[in-house]
Design a protein around this ligand. Sequence first.
Ligand code: PLP
Length: 368
Amino acid sequence: MDPWYRIANADEVASPTLLIFPERVEENLRRMIATAGGAHRLRPHVKTHKLPQVLALQIAHGITRFKAATIAEAEMCGMGGAAEVLLAYPLVGPNPRRLAALARKYPGTRFQGVVDHPSGAEALSQAAVEAGVAIEVLLDLNVGMDRTGIWPGGGAFDLYASLARTPGLQPGGLHAYDGHLHQADRAERREAMAGAFDRIWRLESRLKAAGFPVPRIVASGTPTTPLMADRPGVELGAGTTVLWDFGQAETCPDMDYLAAAVLLTRVISRPTANRITLDLGHKAVASEMPHPRVRFFGLEDAIPVMHSEEHLVLESLSADVFPVGTAVYGIPRHVCPTVALHGEVTVVRGHRAVETWPVVARSRRITL
Ligand SMILES: Cc1ncc(COP(=O)(O)O)c(C=O)c1O
């Protein structure tokens, strides 16, 4: 029996490409839903896959709310019939107007934004009023990552309170992304999360006590998902769980998901006795992380020695069993930016590449 990732018709598939295994995607969705205690608890980030077909699988499994980082990802969700999309990224320049335009164009989808500063609220308000739409806005909170978000103190309370008085906007709750919490030890991660989120729960209580609606809290990336699942009502915003990668598998040894995206590459040269050169350069696999950037099946001892735009050179004692032309399969360390490097992915069912899917939201603009 061939290993699960190997395809029988590899000869028909040009490399490099990213293979997507929908059956494994669906198994990951089932595991996410089980961890969360129901599809209603999930608000997965679509930046991981950027694919309408994966969005459709998520919707088929009962997930109705999504998270996006770009206008194009949000539009993909609108086109796919998502009930709600939170654009969890500060909107500047023309983007408030683009979000308002999405709300007009896809009335079946509720588009939500985030703000962490009064200027963001003003820009969204102006765009919403001009477009004649109402936009729900979540307050983006800094839980210690220090990337975006307002500190969950008095200023945050005042900014949230002001949303209720701002034309075109509706207070939509709180957003807190905790990407800095990735302790490998689950107990340590839980403790760090409890410390980081204590202020968020207190802010929520204060807002509610003052009579402000806090309809939802959206929190957590992949590492904190199983822990945040214990907090009723919080919507879980992990993205990577749907395709999985070896970076998250290393970070979270306590989490059990299936690799559902595999790179197919080929040996293009054997420049020395123990070197293998693959057609898997920076332009085909995310390279912002240290090596190894891919875990290759059958090349567990390989050491990456050179990586350029179109080439990845490995040294291995098994180099001899990889003649020029050999198809090599591997799991990326970081799947989200890897997907974004591919114009289309190759879909595998029953050990065969059966179709390609364009990575629609890879573009910065779909129609708006
Ligand atoms: C704002 C935000 N939410 C959610 C996520 C998803 O987290 P993860 O990649 O751990 O699944 C990310 C990831 O970068 C993010 O930036």
